[in-house]
Write a protein that binds this ligand. Structure first.
Ligand SMILES: [Zn+2]
Ligand SMILES: [Zn+2]
Length: 406
């Protein structure tokens, strides 16, 4: 693949994170997965291939070059591959739960500031447990481990960015969708959006914290769940995000009820401390003060509302939903609320990392070699992943050629 083919260096959103030959430290080519044409998984339409000769990206003055260790597999990757989410035209490297080390930095982006509004004590402890820093934030140095989340960057000037709701930014960039992501040996990222990773988590465990965990944390908070008065919480779907979200909810003292079709996921939920686990069609044995749906299936919304107490909140954690069926007003009446969850702020990311660290949250991961990413995606699509799938990228270039999805 030649440089002028990938990606278009034409001022499109990809160009500033584009791949150019001649990166620092002697690396000029890298291996990675490239999505050239979206389509249903397993169909001839989808073109998603492993390449060994991609140019290493060259960071601009605002970016940091990172060397990828692991990348967590997310349902959003499926939506990207299958074309449910609109990526800019041109080839794309997906992947947005990236555990990486700093390869090179410039003087302009040598540190990651603490997000505004974060409790000082939390920031201090998180930084101390994540390799150290100062009262200003994390200092970046070559070799330091950091996380790259879904939120690649925001405009910083729209009404949402100015009011602290940067997750709703009018002109956002997302890792692995509008910018190249972590299913390759290198990527570039914006220093202020990097996330500290507590040292307690190894590279495999850290990956699902970076989207599944962060968005699950925001869902919890939007559903009205926090440390404090014990509540009954319902989780509909029990994949990567729910299994992490539940562990924090339990640490906060809440009772968790899990609704999933998968027997294996019910077993895992009970093993991790759920009070009850059953099918989505079942009524909860106790009325729920709050519920979160994780499945990209709208049919689960009226099912969850049936078990929601008056005044309760249902948070819909889905970047894409297949539609919402009509349901009777009686399911909503009684001051029940439904709200969607869209992306997450840097404050969410840091708060989640703080809580995941001190609550003893233990990500359950299934590791895959980089060449086996298609297998991980297929299993994820069929609900066959226990906890979260994580792809190991480091040293993958020496692996034999894997089979692409085409
Ligand atoms: Zn904005
Ligand atoms: Zn994700």
């Amino acid at each position: 693949m030649s440089n002028n083919q990938f990606p278009p260096d034409d001022g499109s959103p990809l160009s500033s994170s584009g791949l150019k030959a001649g990166a620092s430290r002697g690396h000029s080519v890298m291996a990675g997965w490239v999505l050239t044409r979206p389509g249903p998984l397993g169909s001839a339409q989808l073109d998603f291939q492993w390449h060994r000769d991609l140019p290493v990206p060259m960071p601009n003055s605002k970016e940091v070059l990172l060397k990828v260790r692991t990348c967590g597999v997310c349902h959003t990757d499926l939506h990207t591959l299958e074309g449910d989410l609109q990526a800019p035209p041109g080839p794309l490297i997906p992947g947005h739960q990236v555990v990486a080390t700093v390869e090179s930095i410039s003087a302009d982006n040598a540190w990651v500031p603490i997000p505004p509004g974060l409790e000082a004590g939390w920031a201090e402890r998180l930084i101390a447990n994540s390799g150290g820093g100062t009262a200003k934030g994390l200092w970046l140095r070559p070799g330091r481990r950091v996380g790259v989340p879904w939120l690649f960057g925001t405009c910083g000037t729209c009404q949402y960015c100015r009011s602290g709701d940067e997750n709703l930014c009018e002109h956002p960039h997302f890792t692995g969708l509008s910018r190249n992501g972590g299913y390759a040996e290198y990527l570039v990222a914006l220093a202020p959006f990097l996330v500290p990773i507590p040292e307690r988590f190894n590279d495999d465990e850290a990956a699902p914290l970076l989207c599944a965990g962060i968005i699950g944390y925001r869902s919890l908070r939007l559903a009205g769940i926090g440390p404090g008065v014990a509540a009954n919480l319902g989780l509909y779907g029990f994949g990567a995000s729910a299994h992490l979200t539940m562990q924090l909810a339990l640490a906060w003292g809440h009772a968790v009820y899990v609704f999933t079709r998968s027997q294996e996921h019910r077993r895992l939920a009970l093993l991790l401390g759920a009070r009850w686990a059953g099918a989505p069609e079942e009524m909860s044995p106790e009325l729920l003060d709050a519920a979160i749906t994780f499945a990209p299936v709208g049919a689960v919304i009226p099912l969850a509302l049936r078990s929601l107490a008056k005044g309760g909140t249902l948070a819909v954690n889905a970047v894409h939903l297949d539609g919402v069926p009509a349901f009777g007003y009686d399911l909503l009446y009684g001051e029940r609320s439904i709200r969607s969850v869209a992306n997450a702020t840097r404050k969410d990311a840091w708060e989640w990392m703080y809580w995941a660290d001190i609550s003893g949250t233990k990500p359950i991961v299934q590791q895959y070699d980089a060449k086996n990413l298609p297998m991980a995606l297929t299993r994820l699509k069929h609900g066959d992943i226990r906890g979260s799938a994580v792809v190991r990228i480091a040293s993958s270039s020496s692996d034999p050629s894997p089979k692409g999805l085409q």
